[in-house]
Design a protein around this ligand. Structure first.
Ligand code: GAR
Length: 210
């Protein structure tokens, strides 16, 4: 199995979805570490309760981003993780970190990229009047919310939706999508070729139109 680290900053529901998926003996990844920049992240308790090692690398204890990222990098390596999954990790990472983990660093973003990069994606989707919204799992590049796409899941925008109701629908899709995409990445079935991901599966996609 591929050893992975999951980085969180808060609630940790996507991390929890990965923990649940990893209980399946056929899942190709083992979560060796859940790390947070925020000591109060609720997800840390969830991980501990599941018997997973946790670490806090509090960005406020470091002089600059570089020192913080060096500490994060060392912590991840200490646990032997080969792939790093960002799951609601709310610190912008510098090119030093993203290039060090190039093609080994995965993010989940709550929109159908390249639409709605950044924050408040559900509010902005409603404002834009899109009829289809969703989430994206991608390899991380230095530019924010950019990089080769592994998978996407779409949800409808329904009459009367608020950012909350739409966000819940997307979050549900995120949980299913992230586990599938991490499995593909860890089994070598989602390799980057020419800045796109070449998937080595036929059936991927249809079941993610939720
Ligand atoms: C998720 O919706 C995730 O896609 C989003 O934060 C939420 C974290 O929830 N990530 C970003 O916005 C990254 N820019 P969780 O802690 O329950 O997984």
């Amino acid at each position: 199995k591929t050893k992975i680290a999951v980085l969180i900053s808060g609630r940790g529901s996507n991390m929890q979805a990965l923990v649940e998926a990893a209980k399946d003996e056929d899942f190709p990844a083992e979560i060796v570490l859940v790390a947070s920049n925020n000591p109060d992240a609720a997800g840390l308790e969830i991980a501990r309760a599941a018997g997973i090692e946790t670490e806090v690398v509090d960005h406020r204890e470091y002089d600059d981003r570089e020192a913080f990222e060096e500490a994060l990098d060392s912590t991840i390596k200490l646990y032997g993780a080969r792939i790093v999954c960002l799951a609601g990790f709310m610190r912008i990472l510098t090119p030093w970190f993203t290039e060090r983990w190039r093609d080994l660093l995965i993010n989940i973003h709550p929109s159908l990229l390249p639409a709605f990069k950044g924050l408040h994606t559900h509010e902005r989707a409603l404002e834009a009047g899109v009829r289809i919204h969703g989430c994206t799992v991608h390899y991380v590049r230095p530019e924010m919310d950019d990089g080769p796409i592994i998978g996407q899941a779409a949800v409808p925008v329904l009459h009367g939706d608020t950012a909350e109701t739409l966000g819940e629908r997307v979050l549900h899709a995120e949980h299913a999508l992230y586990a599938q995409c991490v499995a593909l990445a860890c089994s070598g079935k989602a390799r980057v070729a020419g800045e796109r991901v070449r998937l080595q599966v036929r059936e991927f996609g249809a079941e993610l139109l939720m």
